[in-house]
Write a protein that binds this ligand. Sequence first.
Ligand code: PLP
Length: 484
Amino acid sequence: MRLFLFVFKRNLLILNFLDFIIATACFVRFFLPYFFDEDLKMETRFARITTPVPGPRSIELMQRKKAAMPHGAISNLPVFIKKADDFLLTDVDGNVFIDFGAGIGVLNAGHSNPKILAAITRQVQSFTHTCFHMAMYEPYIALTEKLNNLTPGDSPKKTYLVNSGAEANENAVKIARRFTGKSAIVAFEHAFHGRTLLALSLTGKVSPYRQGFGPMAPEIYHLPSPHRSNSGFLQPPESTNYDAGFIAEQLKTVVPETDIAAFIVEPVLGEGGILPCDQKYLDALFDFSRSRGILIIADEIQTGWGRTGKLFAMEHFGYEPDILVTAKSIASGLPLSAVVGKAEIMDSVQPGGIGSTYSGNPVACAAALAGIDFIVENDLAGKAGKIGSITREKLASLVENHKNIVDVRGIGAMNGIEFVVDKTSGKPGTEIVRAVQKICWENGLVVLKSGSHGHVIRMLPPLTISQDGLREGLEIFTAAVQKL
Ligand SMILES: Cc1ncc(COP(=O)(O)O)c(C=O)c1O
C-alpha cells in the first residue's frame, strides 16, 4: 500500500510539472507578445483582443468544422462569432472586432439593428411561412411596391422575390430570354454573379469558383471587363471612340449580336477588385443595346442599398437598367433577393414560369421593409459618401509612401487598397494581402479581400459605423501595413 501511495504521488507530481511546462509555453508563445510588442498595444476603444486569433474556443470549433464540413466551404476570418452589434463582432473567446466586412456588404444597416429585429420578431410571432405560391401575404406585396418605386428610372416596374443573389441572377437571365426570345447572355471577365451553375457560368473568374465544375451553362459569353483602375490592373479595351460600333467590334469574334438577349454587368466590381465601370464604355453599351433590342441587367447585389453613396450604383451612371438584381443588404442578413424589371419584360413570363418555395419568405420581407425604411430615413447612402471620403483621405498617402500599395480607390463605402509585390514588377501582392488581413484580425479589424488575384483589400463597413469606429479601424489597418 505504501509503495502504491509513493508511486501515485510521484506520478501526480510529474503530471503537475508537465501541466506547468505546457501552460508556461502557451503563455510565452501567445500572450507575452501582447505585453512587449508596442504596435500590438495600440490604444483601441472598440476593438478588444484578449487571446491569440483564433482563440482556444474558436480553435476547438474549427476542429469540429473540419470534421463535419467539406473543405470546399471556407471561412475567411478564422474565428466563430457569438454576438454582433452595429459595427462590432464579438467572438466565442470574447475578442471584439471592428467589422469592415459587414457580412460581405449585407449589414449596411448595422448588425442587430433594433428596428429590424423588432420587425422580424413581430412577423415570427404571426407566421413564418406559407409559400407565397400557395397562400399569399401582404408584406411581399408591400416590398415589391417599395422596390418598384426605389430602383432607378421612371418606367413602370414589377418585382419578383427569391432567396440569394445567384438565384436572382438566374431568374433575370430566364426572364431576359423569355422576353427577347433570344438565348445568348454576355457577361464580363472578372465579374462575380454567384456560384449556382448558371450564375457561375456568368461569373468571370476561374479560380476557385469554376475549377472542376464544368461544363458551364451554354450560350454564356464573356467580353473583357469594362471596369477601369488607376493602377492599370484592369482597363477596358482601348478605343478613341467608345460607341455602339466599338461594342459591335468587341462581339465580332464572340457571338452574333442578333443572338444576344442581354448583357449583365456589375456597375462597380465588388469581388473583382472594387472598380467602377468606365462611363464611356457603359454609354456605348447602352447605346448598342437600345438600338438592337438587347436588355441590360445590372447586378447590384453588392452595390445596392446605399453602399456606393447612392441607393443604387446605376444612379451614378445615369441609367435605368432593364432588369436590376438586388440581394445582400435588402434584408439585413435574412436570405432574400429581388429581380426588379420593366413591367413589360417581367410580365413576359407565363404564369408559373418563375417560382420558389421560399420566394419572398415573410420574415425576410419584414426584415427588408424595416431595413429599407431605416436605410432611406437615416440617409445611409449619404453616410456611405462620408465614410468613403474619410477612408480615402486617411489612406491616400499610402500609395506614395508604402512599397506595396499602388492604389487606394472606391466609391462611397465600397473601398479597395491594391497591393503589389513591388512597384517595379507590379506583380499582384496576393500573399501580402493575406498577411495584412491576418495582422488586422490579430489587432481587432475584419477586412475582406478581392480582385482576381486576391490582391486587393476590400472595405465594406456597415453604413451605421460611427466616425470614431471608422477612424479606429483605419488606424488598425494603417498600423498593420506598416508592419509588413
Ligand atoms: C455582384 C454579386 N453578384 C452575385 C453575388 C452572389 O450572391 P449570393 O452569394 O447571394 O448568391 C454576389 C455575392 O457576393 C455579388 O457580389
